[in-house]
Design a protein around this ligand. Structure first.
Ligand SMILES: Nc1ncnc2c1ncn2[C@@H]1O[C@H](COP(=O)(O)OP(=O)(O)O)[C@@H](O)[C@H]1O
Ligand SMILES: [Mg+2]
Length: 368
């Protein structure tokens, strides 16, 4: 432990106590920290005491969720929803300004709910996220729940669509009732799963009833709760569904700067490294998740090869190259050399673009 700073030591200790699950002990420590920081960092100390005052052991909704039974599937007796007590994000999300402003707005409303109530205005109750897979729609729900400090209940409609629609309806109703009774954020994930069944003509009647159950719930959702829904196939949802949501937020594929930010977050490179910028230009058209996966893979390769991350990246680049057009490949080959990431020879080998072509186009020779 000698190598730990005082703060690291405390954090470590807190983590260890937290793992024992004894909330009283955690509270004790937090109280101690609040006292310690009262003079040097009054705002921080106040946030800690606020936390304590909310008394997470008894009155906090996160506690209620944990102790009350989750709705179960009638047959399998497995829980129908996942509940994230206080969601922990595996990463900080990266969105464009428009998406961010919509997300921040709902959080702001929830944080200042008293102010809205005084004016007799309800906060946004229902919100639909649309966009291709892997752009952070599910992540956004976690982010919102974390920001407003509520548990997130997730109902994945693609997994709850049972072969018996009647049962599916019961299951969905059970989950919605549960969410209305508990102070949580509810995410109906993969909402299009319901719509997808449309083509099966044999069950049109059942399905209509099911969709109606959901639509009615959306309409009647209480302002005290927040109902989020996400879909990868906005085109599959009929307009009746769209119209029910108070807010529809689009999650577009990221631009190069968004991809670069994701890569930067996950590749622990020097801040002046040009890898993220060069890779992100070549990745345009991919999702945040694709960029994240690329970073993970490069890191795995680097670890197993006991090599630098740069080597890991070189070995993972094949996937990017395969998806590029001829012109794109050429541009990528050149940027690798201009960014001083690879020699002309290496770049040529990895991208399949001839050295002649590379040499002809580069502005600053990056070695050979
Ligand atoms: N906007 C984003 N910012 C950072 N990481 C992201 C983003 N979008 C996706 N990811 C990464 O991809 C994973 C899957 O994203 P997810 O939220 O499930 O996408 P979606 O719900 O839109 O299909 C996330 O856990 C995260 O690792
Ligand atoms: Mg998702």
């Amino acid at each position: 432990m000698e190598h730990m700073s005082k703060q690291e030591e405390e954090l470590f200790h807190l983590a260890r106590v937290a793992f024992t699950g004894r909330v009283q002990d955690v509270a004790l420590l937090v109280r101690k920290y609040a006292r310690r920081y009262r003079d040097s960092s009054p705002e921080f100390a106040k946030s800690l005491t606020d936390l304590l005052r909310k008394n997470p052991t008894r009155s906090d909704p996160t506690r209620r969720v944990e102790t009350s039974g989750l709705p179960l599937d009638g047959d399998s007796r497995l829980p129908l929803i996942r509940v994230n007590e206080v969601p922990v994000l595996e990463m900080e999300p990266v969105y464009d300004t428009r998406t961010w402003s919509a997300l921040r707005q709902v959080v702001r409303e929830r944080k200042q709910i008293d102010k809205l109530a005084e004016a007799g205005v309800d906060p946004t109750r229902t919100m639909l996220f649309t966009g291709p897979p892997g752009v952070g729609k599910t992540l956004a729900a976690k982010w919102i729940a974390r920001e407003i400090g509520k548990p997130l209940a997730v109902l994945d409609l693609s997994s709850v669509m049972s072969s018996f629609l009647g049962r599916t309806g019961n299951n969905i109703r059970a989950v919605l009732d549960y969410a209305k009774d508990h102070d949580c954020v509810l995410l109906l994930d993969e909402l299009d799963a319901v719509a997808k069944r449309r083509n099966d003509t044999g069950e049109i009647g059942e399905l209509k009833r099911l969709v109606n159950v959901i639509l009615q719930e959306i309409d009647e959702w209480p302002p005290s709760g927040l109902l989020l829904a996400a879909t990868n196939h906005a085109d599959l949802l009929d307009s009746a569904v769209w119209r029910r949501f108070e807010l529809v937020t689009e999650f577009p594929l990221p631009q190069a700067d968004g991809l670069e930010a994701v890569l930067k977050n996950h590749l622990e490179l020097d801040s002046d490294s040009s890898w993220p910028a060069v890779l992100s230009s070549a990745l345009v058209g991919s999702s945040h998740s694709d960029a994240y996966q690329l970073a993970c893979q490069a890191r795995r390769v680097a670890v197993l090869e006991e090599a630098d991350l740069e080597i890991g990246l070189q070995q993972t680049m094949g996937n990017i190259v395969a998806d590029l057009s001829r012109a794109g490949r050429q541009k990528f080959a050149i940027s690798l050399v201009e960014g001083n990431l690879l020699s002309q020879r290496q770049s040529s080998e990895l991208t399949g673009v001839s050295r002649d072509t590379i040499r002809k186009h580069i502005h600053s020779p990056g070695g050979n």
